[in-house]
Write a protein that binds this ligand. Structure first.
Ligand code: 4AD
Ligand code: MG
Length: 465
C-alpha cells in the first residue's frame, strides 16, 4: 500500500475519509495513554497538524509500543475514524505499526516542547522537526515558488549568474576569497605578495556579493530578467538581520525608470504577502499564536496600504525634527541606521516607506546620477520590524558619467571593461533592485532573528551544520 501524506488525509472530505484504510509514515511528537491504549501524535512534515494514532495495547507487542518514543520514526497502517478528541476531526485506528527508527528518550534533545530558539540553533540538525521550523521551512518554500510564479507571470526570465567572480564591482561588502593555492605556502611574487597568476582562475576570485552586474548584461538582451541565488558577504556584522550567506532576488529591467522600479517593488512585495496569507494560513496562524500576535494583522495591513514615498533629504528632515534620542547621529550625508529607518516606518508613517535619491557618496557607483550632482536615483524599501528589505536604483546608462564615477572612486576600471561596454553598445535606461530573501521571510513569519529563518545559518564563527 502506498502511503498518504497527513496533509492530504486531513483534506479528504469526511465521508470518503472515515473508514478508509490508509498508511502513514512520520515522526512521533508525543505518546500518552494507559496500559490499554496509546495515543501517538504523528507528524510527517507535510502540514503543521499531527495525526492522532490510536493503538490498542492488545493488538501490539509490548516491545513495539515501548520503542515508540518522542522522536522515533514509524509507519502505521489502519483505518481512519472520526475523532472525539479536541482540535482534530480524524484519527487512525492502528492495525500494524513498524518502527523505522527509535529515539532514545534519555538522549533525544527534543524531548519536551518549549525549547528556546537559542538552544534550537545549537541543534540545527534536529530543529526542522519542531513545529516552528516546520512552519518556517514550509513558508520559505511557498515564498520561493511564489517569487518564480510572479516573475514568470509578468514576463521576466530567470537568469543564473555566477557564484564565483573575479570582480568586486558592487563594493557591497567584504568578500570571501576562493582559491586553490596552498594556504601554508602560496606562490610568491618577487615583492613577497601572493602570486595569483598561479591560482585556479589566474587571478584573485571571490564568492559573489550580488548578481546585479551580470544581471544588467542580460537585461540589455532579454528585457526583463531576475536572479534568485545565494550571495555572500564577509562583514563581521553580528546582528539579527545579517547573514554571511543569504539568498537574494534581483530583478533587472530594461526601459524602467526609478518610478517603474518602485511600482514593481511594491507590487511584488504585496503579491508575496498575499500569497503567503492565502497559501500558508495554518503555519502563519501558528506563528501568530506562538511568537507575534500582531503578525496576521501586520501582513494584511502592509498588503492593503500604499507605501509612503519620499526622498532621503525629506527623511533626514523628519528625523532631525523628531525629537528622538537616537544612538547614531543623523545628518545629511550619513547613511541611515536601522533605528532611523524604523522610526520613519513604525512611528512616523506607520507603514512601509520607500526612500529615494540618496547622497551619491553613500551609494554604489552604478546608480544614476541626478542633475543636482549630489544625489543618485537610489530607492530603498523600508519595512516595519525589518528596516531595509529592498535596495535598488535606476542605473547610470551614460558611458562618460559612469566611467568618470568609477575613476573618481579609484575603482579598477580595467576589471569592469565588460560592464562598461553595455553603455557603449546599445545602452538603454534601466533599473533593478535586490530583495533579501531572509529579510522577507523574517517579515512574513514574524520571527525576530534571521538565524531562525534559514535552515543552516552562516554567521561569523558559525558554519557547523
Ligand atoms: O542593498 P544591497 O546591498 O543591494 C545590492 O546588492 C544590489 N546589487 C541590489 C540590486 O540593485 N540589484 O542588498 C539588497 C538587499 C538588502 O536590501 C537586504 O534585504 C539584503 O539584500 N541584504 C542582506 N540580507 C541578509 N544578510 C545580509 N548580510 C544582507 N545584506 C543585504
Ligand atoms: Mg542596501
Amino acid at each position: 500500500m502506498k502511503s498518504t501524506r497527513i496533509k492530504d488525509l486531513l483534506a479528504m472530505p469526511e465521508d470518503t475519509a472515515v473508514g478508509a484504510s490508509v498508511k502513514v509514515e512520520g515522526w512521533v511528537r508525543t505518546k500518552r495513554g494507559n496500559k490499554n491504549v496509546s495515543f501517538i501524535a504523528l507528524n510527517d512534515g507535510s502540514i503543521i497538524h499531527n495525526l492522532q494514532v490510536v493503538a490498542d495495547a492488545e493488538k501490539f507487542d509490548e516491545e513495539i509500543l515501548k520503542n515508540i518514543t518522542t522522536g522515533s520514526c514509524i509507519c502505521v497502517q489502519g483505518n481512519l475514524v472520526k475523532s472525539e478528541g479536541q482540535g482534530q476531526t480524524l484519527e487512525i485506528q492502528a492495525q500494524t505499526i513498524t518502527v523505522y527508527g527509535g529515539a532514545d528518550a534519555k538522549t533525544y534533545p527534543l524531548q519536551k516542547k518549549g525549547h528556546t530558539l537559542e538552544f534550537l540553533r545549537e541543534i540545527a540538525h534536529l530543529r526542522p522537526r519542531t513545529n516552528t521550523f516546520g512552519a518556517v521551512l514550509r513558508i520559505r518554500h511557498a515564498m520561493s515558488y511564489a517569487i518564480h510564479k510572479y516573475f514568470n507571470d509578468n514576463g521576466f526570465y530567470y537568469l543564473h549568474t555566477p557564484i564565483i567572480t573575479a570582480s568586486d564591482a558592487e563594493g557591497a561588502g567584504a568578500m570571501f576569497r576562493v582559491t586553490t593555492l596552498d594556504a601554508q605556502n602560496p606562490p610568491k611574487n618577487q615583492d613577497g605578495s601572493v602570486n595569483y597568476s598561479e591560482d585556479f582562475f589566474g587571478k584573485p576570485a571571490n564568492l559573489t556579493v550580488s548578481g546585479q552586474l551580470e544581471g544588467e548584461l542580460c537585461a540589455m538582451a532579454l528585457g526583463k530578467i531576475y536572479t534568485f541565488g545565494p550571495t555572500f558577504r564577509a562583514e563581521n556584522s553580528n546582528t539579527p538581520r545579517h547573514l554571511a550567506e543569504f539568498w537574494m532576488i534581483e530583478p533587472e529591467m530594461a526601459f524602467y525608470d526609478i518610478n517603474d522600479d518602485m511600482d514593481l517593488a511594491e507590487d511584488f512585495l504585496k503579491y508575496l504577502i498575499r500569497y503567503a496569507m492565502a497559501n500558508c494560513a495554518d503555519d502563519l496562524e501558528f506563528l501568530n499564536k506562538m511568537y507575534d500576535e500582531a503578525l496576521l494583522e501586520r501582513l494584511k495591513f502592509v498588503a492593503d496600504n500604499t507605501f509612503e514615498r519620499l526622498s532621503y533629504t525629506e527623511g533626514i528632515d523628519l528625523l532631525l525634527k523628531s525629537g528622538q534620542n537616537f544612538e547614531f547621529p543623523v545628518a545629511w550625508g550619513l547613511d541611515l541606521q536601522a533605528e532611523h529607518e524604523r522610526y520613519l516606518v513604525e512611528k512616523y508613517f506607520k507603514k512601509p516607506v520607500i526612500l529615494t535619491d540618496y547622497p551619491t557618496s553613500i551609494k554604489a557607483f552604478y546608480m544614476k546620477q541626478n542633475e543636482d550632482q549630489k544625489t543618485v536615483r537610489a530607492m530603498d524599501v523600508l519595512f516595519p520590524r525589518i528596516g531595509e528589505i529592498i535596495g535598488g536604483s535606476q542605473r547610470e546608462e551614460n558611458f562618460e558619467k559612469l566611467e568618470a564615477r568609477i575613476l573618481e572612486l579609484k575603482m579598477p576600471l580595467k576589471d569592469l571593461w565588460w560592464y562598461l561596454e553595455t553603455r557603449k553598445y546599445g545602452t538603454a535606461p534601466h533599473s533593478g533592485f535586490g530583495l533579501g530573501f531572509e529579510r522577507l521571510i523574517l517579515f512574513i513569519t514574524g520571527m525576530a532573528n534571521i538565524r531562525d529563518v534559514i535552515p543552516f545559518p552562516r554567521t561569523p564563527k558559525n558554519a557547523e551544520f
